[in-house]
Design a protein around this ligand. Structure first.
Ligand code: GLC
Length: 418
């Protein structure tokens, strides 16, 4: 059928991924305690002694990943990606290669294991984010992003730090993550900044991470795993962050790629108590629709609190999306960019012979869809399967919509193509 786009082949298995379209990102770590951005150690140049307090008092007594998994599923999400380790270096899993892990905090147990089990039990696919950057590891050289960059002795601090040893540490931890928790679906490395130069400190990129070997390590365990592009080596996934592409992403040769936009509910990835720039439900639904209308996936982030639950603002947002997805998910799952161009204030997605028309500005009575005359067999609202009458005028399909907007954040018309 129509809308069969040719997408550049990748090493991993992305068939399930481009069908499922919608996932949950989870940024959780010690930074949930300061609750003012996951980069706080960098931003405030926090010393280890101070940061150790967060380690000492990390006590997520209300951590209930089964509730997380239910909340993700009810929102219509089909997979999740959890920060097994973020830039601060703290591990949410029981790694044998470090003491800097949750089992040594008051949490006292392997939080990754519980997450994996809970999400799988709800039928969701499971991914791990793994930070290439590590602001705690003694072998990770100070650079322009490191909390110690402005210390008087910053340069001396680098004496004896051995990046090769750190690269090996990453391979060992990735091996643990991919062998100790069953089959993992996504490995999300973050990130490279080889061009960064700060006071003579060079940034880090693929050669520093020994990225080829790192990826080979992962693929040897799980050849089909989906890996992102942030090691600076193209793999399965492009990852536009905090901006919404308005076209299908292409590589330098012009080939369409598999891509996934990642977005926050508010400005921060980790729990940020005082952040007020929360996106409205309408904006969130539009982000999802816009993404799928350009052939992409959306990974929407929650930053759980230090006690381990989703803040009410995140819960409300997830519920609003879930309400919409419950009735309109058919225009997301299995869908991709349509073979037709949509007019202003309309977004199309398509699944074979079904064209989904998302209405961003509700019209008075007639919705004109150029170029669709003669192509449509039947029309209905998606949320209730109620018939919509239409006429053909020249090239246009003119759909009559009821004068009152239905109680749906973004109404969707389902057109059965001939
Ligand atoms: C980043 C940030 C970050 C976040 C991420 C998500 O580049 O460093 O804190 O984890 O991207 O895409």
């Amino acid at each position: 059928m129509a809308a069969n786009w040719e997408v550049r082949k990748t090493p991993g298995d992305t068939a399930w991924f481009t069908n499922d379209r919608f996932g949950m990102f989870i940024h959780w770590g010690l930074y949930a305690l300061p609750a003012r951005h996951e980069w706080i150690k960098n931003i405030e140049r926090i010393k280890e002694e101070k940061y150790d307090k967060y380690f000492k008092y990390f006590d997520p007594d209300l951590y209930d990943p089964k509730a997380w998994a239910r909340e993700a599923k009810n929102a219509g999400m089909k997979y999740a990606v959890l920060t097994s380790k973020h830039h601060e270096g703290f591990c949410l899993f029981d790694s044998q290669y470090t003491d800097y892990k949750c089992t040594n905090t008051p949490a006292g147990r392997d939080l990754v294991r519980e997450y994996v089990e809970a999400f799988r039990a709800e039928g969701l696919r499971v991914g791990f984010y793994y930070s290439l950057i590590d602001w705690h590891h003694p072998d990770f050289p100070v650079d322009g992003l490191h909390p110690r960059r402005d210390d008087e002795n910053a340069r001396e601090l680098n004496e004896g730090r051995d990046m090769k040893r750190y690269a090996k540490y990453m391979r060992d931890q990735v091996t643990e993550l991919l062998t100790n928790y069953g089959k993992i679906d996504i490995l999300w490395f973050d990130f490279s900044y080889a061009d960064n130069n700060y006071n003579g400190f060079k940034g880090k990129g693929r050669d520093d991470w020994e990225a080829e070997e790192l990826i080979a390590t992962a693929r040897a365990i799980n050849p089909g795993i989906i890996i992102d592009n942030r090691t600076e080596i193209e793999q399965d996934l492009w990852t536009p962050e905090q901006w919404q592409p308005t076209e299908w992403q292409r590589d330098d040769e012009g080939n369409l790629v598999v891509w996934e936009a990642c977005q926050t509910f508010s400005g921060s990835w980790g729990y940020h108590r005082d952040e007020t720039s929360w996106k409205s439900p309408e904006m969130l639904v539009r982000m999802l629709v816009n993404t799928v209308s350009c052939g992409g996936n959306l990974l929407l982030n929650v930053g759980p609190t230090a006690r381990g639950y989703f803040d009410y603002r995140a819960v409300n947002a997830l519920q609003a999306i879930g309400d919409w997805m419950h009735y309109n998910g058919k225009s997301v799952y299995g869908c991709t960019q349509a073979e037709f161009a949509a007019p202003t204030d309309v977004r199309y997605t398509q699944n074979g012979g079904r064209l989904y028309v998302h209405i961003y500005a509700y019209p008075f009575r007639d919705l004109c869809l150029p170029g669709l005359a003669g192509k449509v067999d039947y029309a209905q609202f998606l949320h209730d399967n109620s018939e919509l009458l239409f006429q053909e005028k020249g090239d246009d399909l003119v759909v009559s919509v009821p004068p009152l907007k239905p109680r749906v954040i973004v109404p969707v018309i389902e057109l059965m193509l001939k």
